[in-house]
Design a protein around this ligand. Structure first.
Ligand code: HEM
Length: 499
């Protein structure tokens, strides 16, 4: 008995020593970083807000840092120069998405755009950029957006007359949902099923941390019960998407105002499509459902959460709020509502949006990227299949770029600076950059600017009675995006006659 305990102990000590030697040898070539524990690596040291933990760690280990998340080697990138190396210089090696369990179950085995790779992804992405999210397509829905925003303004106006507190987070959230569903499916509501409820349930599930993605040998045990939940949720989602596609097929709209589902069905039926012949051969019903899911996931929370944070910052900075409203009064006029064509003339508002997205990039770690092949960058070995995590949140707080007032909300900093947020400048990456950069940037940015401008132009906003600026909680909640933990509650006062 004593002998077997002694042998087990010796075995453990030798195992740990071997792991230590191998780990040390391998780590010599990798970028510096925390050592972590056997099997789980640094997985359980990342806290509830990993972008903040990575930021703290990168202050210690540098802008290219390595760590292990379970059995997955990860490289964390935290400066504009480093981001440029990964997203521009060596973009082709990192424009790959890792495979995640949630996506495999809930996105038809990766048939969409956000998590596919290789030739299929290139064809889908080209189609999405050139057809579904092309400027002409976005413009053709201008009337729809005007209509939806006017409805919300009308609701808020009633609350203003009654002196009620408005849950701005809820209002803006459902406005962006309605605009996205009308663009995608041609309608925002359906009495037969809870369109939004089913989607929200699925996306909340997809955003949960899944241990099996990082420690694959645990997958068959389904310790968190997620595999079972993915299957249940995807069944409900599938039944709904099937019905939507069936109805579109029966009454296919081939006119100018066709929605995104119509566009995809037309492509799938027409394999002589000149521009997208290859994709037309590949796209099927699963691809259509998968692309629908991708667009809904990518479009709604990102735009709505950005508006929520920017409005919160404006409430905390009344002088910036006043400058925005003065600009709106002079460019648009207090007898009219804002039109999308006014947006390019609203210089201060555009600076406010940039500053808001610098401090609150809604996808703080961008989408996950993976190394296609082994590569040496800045003398460091980056192994094939490493998870590449670009910390856009940390980059927006790099004091070398943004100066010592880096944590303050100062839109004026963009008056002098040429830094833009569209992915050309690696100092500011709310939409990512390169081959995997956001294809919906134009629509996302337009929605944020237009909704924000309208809310600021039509109403003056106050905090509820008894609340002060210091009560505005800035705590973040981590998920697919990072919204505010608390909803934004404000009291509106009508400002514009036309409202
Ligand atoms: C304010 C709004 C938005 C923000 C901040 C945003 C941000 C992002 C970011 C950071 C990424 C990942 C980039 C990377 O991994 O390097 C991304 C990817 C993506 N976004 Fe957006 N996005 C927004 C709106 C939209 C909209 C409106 C759509 C579509 C209608 C959209 C569709 C997509 C898709 C499909 C991808 C995946 C692209 C790929 O993997 O090839 N996004 N977005």
């Amino acid at each position: 008995m004593i002998l077997s305990v002694a042998f087990s102990f010796l075995f453990l000590v030798l195992g740990a020593a071997l792991w230590w030697i191998l780990d040390t040898r391998q780590r010599k070539l990798l970028p510096p970083g925390p050592r972590g524990f056997p099997i789980v690596g640094s997985l359980f040291n990342l806290g509830t807000l990993p972008h903040r933990t990575f930021h703290d760690l990168s202050n210690k280990y540098g802008p290219i840092m390595s760590l292990r998340m379970g059995s997955v080697p990860a490289i964390v990138v935290s400066s504009p120069e480093a981001a440029q190396l990964f997203l521009k210089t060596h973009d082709s090696n990192f424009a790959v998405r890792p495979q995640m369990e949630a996506v495999a179950h809930m996105s038809y085995g990766n048939n969409g755009i956000s998590f596919t790779n290789g030739t299929y992804w290139r064809h889908v992405r080209k189609f999405v950029v050139q057809e579904l999210l092309a400027p002409a397509k976005i413009n053709s829905f201008q009337g729809m957006r005007r209509e939806e925003v006017a409805l919300v303004v009308e609701e808020i106006k009633k609350a203003a007359v009654a002196g009620e507190v408005v849950n701005v987070s809820d209002k803006v959230g459902s406005l962006i949902e309605n605009m996205t569903f009308r663009f995608l499916l041609g309608r925002s509501k359906d009495d037969r099923f809870d369109l939004k409820g089913i989607m929200t349930e699925a996306f909340t599930l997809a955003g949960q941390f899944n241990l099996a993605d990082f420690v694959p040998f645990l997958k068959p045990f389904d310790l968190q019960g997620l595999t079972r939940k993915y299957k249940e949720s995807s069944k409900k989602l599938d039944a709904m998407l099937e019905l939507i596609i069936d109805e579109h097929e029966q009454n296919l709209n081939t006119g100018n105002n066709r929605d995104i589902v119509d566009e995809m069905i037309i492509l799938s039926r027409n394999d002589s499509s000149v521009n997208h012949r290859e994709l037309a051969k590949l796209i099927d019903r699963s691809s259509i459902k998968s692309i629908m899911i991708d667009i809904i996931t990518a479009a709604i929370d990102t735009s709505f959460t950005s508006i929520e944070w920017i409005l919160t910052e404006l409430m905390r900075h009344p002088s910036a709020m006043k400058k925005c409203q003065d600009e709106l009064a002079s460019v648009v006029g207090l007898d009219k509502m804002v039109e999308e064509t006014d947006i390019p003339k609203l210089e201060y508002l555009n600076m406010v949006v940039k500053e808001g997205m610098r401090l609150h990039p809604i996808v703080p770690l961008l989408g996950p990227h993976e190394a296609k092949e082994d590569i040496v960058i800045n003398g460091y070995h980056i192994p094939q299949k490493s998870r590449i995590i670009v910390n856009a949140w940390a980059i927006g707080r790099d004091a070398k770029v943004w100066g010592d007032k880096v944590l303050e909300f100062i839109p004026e900093r963009f008056a002098e600076s040429k830094i833009d947020l569209r992915g050309r400048d690696f100092e500011l990456l709310p939409f990512g950059s390169g081959r995997r950069g956001c294809p919906g940037m134009q629509l996302g940015l337009l929605s944020v600017q237009f909704v924000l401008a309208q809310l600021l132009h039509c109403f003056d906003w106050e905090l509820p009675l008894g609340k002060s600026i210091d009560d505005l909680d800035m705590t973040e909640q981590f998920g697919l995006t990072i919204p505010r933990l608390e909803h934004l509650l404000l009291v509106p006062n009508i400002r514009v006659k036309a409202a």
